[in-house]
Design a protein around this ligand. Sequence first.
Ligand SMILES: Nc1ncnc2c1ncn2[C@@H]1O[C@H](COP(=O)(O)OP(=O)(O)OP(=O)(O)O)[C@@H](O)[C@H]1O
Ligand SMILES: [Mg+2]
Length: 469
Amino acid sequence: MTHQLTNITKSENKDLVIEELTPKQIVKELDKYIIGQDKAKKMVAIALRNRWRRQQVEESLRDEIMPNNIILIGPTGVGKTEISRRLAKLVKAPFVKVEASKFTEVGYVGRDVESIIRDLMEIGVQMVREEKKAALVGKATENAIERILDILLPPISRQQKPVGELSENDDLELRHMRTREKLREQLINGKLDERIIEVDVQSDGTPMMQIFSPLGIEEMGMNIQEMFSGMMPKKSKKRRTTVSEALKILTQQEAQKLIDMDEVTRVAIARVQESGIVFLDEIDKIAGGSSGKSGPDVSREGVQRDLLPVVEGTSVTTKYGIVKTDHILFVASGAFHVSKPSDLIPELQGRFPIRVELTSLNENDFIRILTEPKNALIIQYKALLNSEEVELKFTKDAICEIAKTAAMVNTRSENIGARRLHTILSTLLEEILYEIPENKIKKYKIDGKDVTEKLDSVVKDEDLSRYIL
Ligand SMILES: Nc1ncnc2c1ncn2[C@@H]1O[C@H](COP(=O)(O)OP(=O)(O)OP(=O)(O)O)[C@@H](O)[C@H]1O
Ligand SMILES: [Mg+2]
């Protein structure tokens, strides 16, 4: 393997990764993973593109343009979370997902919702740091190579040099330099990869120490763990390893040294503010049923009130600095079985101007979900069995039969959407997954009949199916 000194000076000016995909392109990407739900895909795509559009608007007007916060409404297991997750991956925006209901749980009550923004900021910093590190890899590799050369051929120190006879001294230095250059060439060409050397590795230095942060500590916007690790002397340890491994370790170390954390922080704050996405799952669970009651509703409404400023735009203190939330995109989602969006406090409703309903999934959708997405379940199981060198095949009518069963069970007991496919497939494949590899069978072909035979007894027995499928 040759160790390339790659484009070091490729000036990366894409600090603000703003959505550059057009709405149609976004939908096309989402189509690779999510079947149907066209309306929802379209709306999130528009919301995203609008943020990019906003970036192009002249400054005075730009700040007036608010994000198109969205509520995704739909039964469980129809792709609400999936859409948001894919979206965030797509645009490389800092993304966090929280269950809104978590703030009403015992142990969380009173925990301040601003921690969502702190988490988002943490993710933003991590993201930018990795990018900057990647951009520094060329320079870091150069430095690492110098360090390895120093180990392989320690520099001549002054004392070693005989004083006086100049010519000999120069000669020595010259020879040394030549050897070093030769070694460098060999090193870059991977000729020394297997050689063993000793390098200093820094362990993190933080001794085993768990910090249980009670409420409040994180509000101070500091990280005790980090404070301590800064105070402890960094332990460095000698480790024997191959040159190629050492190069990796030292490149990491050098990149860490070269990175400008102030810049990372600055970029991360900007990115979080301009392109962060917060996904508030289970928002329906904090919509108080009938108002005016005491009890849990109080805390639910409390959470809504707490959320209000964060969604509306406020400044949150994080350990990296102040983050303004005005333009962070909030996507809320909920099944809204018992409650309705109108049960949310009006101020919060107003902050989510876009409502999209997701449809429940039918048999045809299931057929497509089983096979079409890049990460489709059938593909996943095939890959799993492939690890044991077993080939798994489903005939077309097997797929149809699975979809039909899923749809039927969904109507008969609870409708859990596409999640039903998971339970059905795992019941269907249980035996195969268990018997492999001892049974030495290398090929399985599952047809419609196999599916009915395997599932019929469970499906017919309503009680049984309620528990198993
Ligand atoms: N339309 C769809 N296309 C492809 N896969 C889907 C679709 N809907 C759901 N799934 C799959 O079903 C599982 C559950 O979906 P998801 O997590 O999006 O549900 P949800 O709508 O958020 O439900 P909940 O209200 O319970 O949170 C995921 O594994 C997802 O891949
Ligand atoms: Mg969900």
